[in-house]
Write a protein that binds this ligand. Structure first.
Ligand SMILES: NC(=O)c1ccc[n+]([C@@H]2O[C@H](COP(=O)([O-])OP(=O)(O)OC[C@H]3O[C@@H](n4cnc5c(N)ncnc54)[C@H](O)[C@@H]3O)[C@@H](O)[C@H]2O)c1
Length: 253
């Protein structure tokens, strides 16, 4: 029996490979969960669902912009139609911006909040009724070390991820009477398309960044997928409202 046997999980932002949503979806499916994978990039979400099926799992994919309340309603509807229940929501979809506060426009700041914070709020709000009907649930929100540490050039991103961190604790309290748990994961530097786009591939930048990581290496998507798996499974049934750092020791310094 897999660690997620009998559970249905919804993972947003699952199109990117290498990406945290993609790796998480495959990991949860490998442990027996049935998956709904969504992304605004439908082709990538389809590839993720196909990879799960190829490995012997069950999955559907949906095109989904997490900023749209209407699309969240459709995604929850389709989840119910396909699998009849929902046990786990992973709010993973996100965007990144590295810019000094001076250079960040109000529009860019707002966009970070919309996708990274409001998108997660809409997801929780839409999923709550179906999670309640399952008798228990686990919500996992992807925050960041930037949600608690001051990091140069990340003011807009950090504001959103800090919001995710605080909102997670309130959701944990409000969900508790229905046995709905909610925790945040705070990745450090994990090797994904997001990091490549943030030009971390430039060797000089990479070396400078890695100097801030006690374990002196970047994490891999599976490092996050394994943390999500723990929080999604019943092994963490008494864990709610925590922030789990998966960062090679960055936060400990
Ligand atoms: N990679 C890291 O080091 C790192 C560190 C800290 C936090 N995180 C967080 O982890 C999550 C995943 O990051 P990643 O590195 O896999 O990023 P990624 O860019 O590789 O993947 C993000 C996915 O989200 C999707 N997405 C973006 N906006 C969307 C929207 N409006 N609606 C639906 N989907 C949307 C993208 O299409 C993409 O498939 C993000 O929330 C990110 O902020 C990542």
């Amino acid at each position: 029996m897999g660690r997620m046997q009998g559970k249905v999980a919804l993972v947003t932002g699952a199109a990117s490979n290498p990406g945290l949503g993609y790796a998480t979806a495959l990991r949860l499916a490998a442990e027996g969960a049935r998956l709904v994978v969504t992304d605004r990039e439908e082709a990538g979400a389809e590839l993720c669902a196909a990879a799960i099926r190829q490995a012997g799992g069950e999955a559907i994919h949906l095109r989904h912009d997490v900023v749209s309340e209407e699309e969240w309603a459709q995604v929850i509807n389709e989840t119910e139609k396909a699998f009849g229940r929902l046990d786990v929501l992973v709010n993973n979809a996100g965007i990144h911006l590295t810019k000094s506060l001076d250079d960040t426009t109000p529009k860019e700041f707002q966009r970070q909040l919309d996708v990274n914070l409001v998108g997660s709020f809409l997801g929780v709000k839409a999923a709550f009724p179906l999670l309640r009907r399952s008798g228990a649930g686990s919500i996992i929100n992807l925050s960041s070390i930037a949600g608690t540490l001051g990091i140069q050039g990340l003011s807009a991103y950090a504001a959103a991820k800090g919001g995710v961190r605080s909102m997670t604790k309130t959701i944990a309290i409000e969900g508790a009477p229905d046995q709905i748990r909610c925790n945040s994961i705070h990745p450090g530097m994990i090797w994904t398309n997001m990091m490549m786009q943030a030009s971390v591939s430039a060797e000089a930048v990479k070396d400078a960044l890695l100097a801030a990581v006690p374990l002196r290496r970047m994490g891999e998507p599976d490092d996050i997928a394994n943390a999500v798996l723990f929080l999604a499974s019943d092994e963490s049934r008494y864990v709610t409202g925590i922030e789990l750092y998966v960062d090679g020791g960055m936060w400990a310094q």
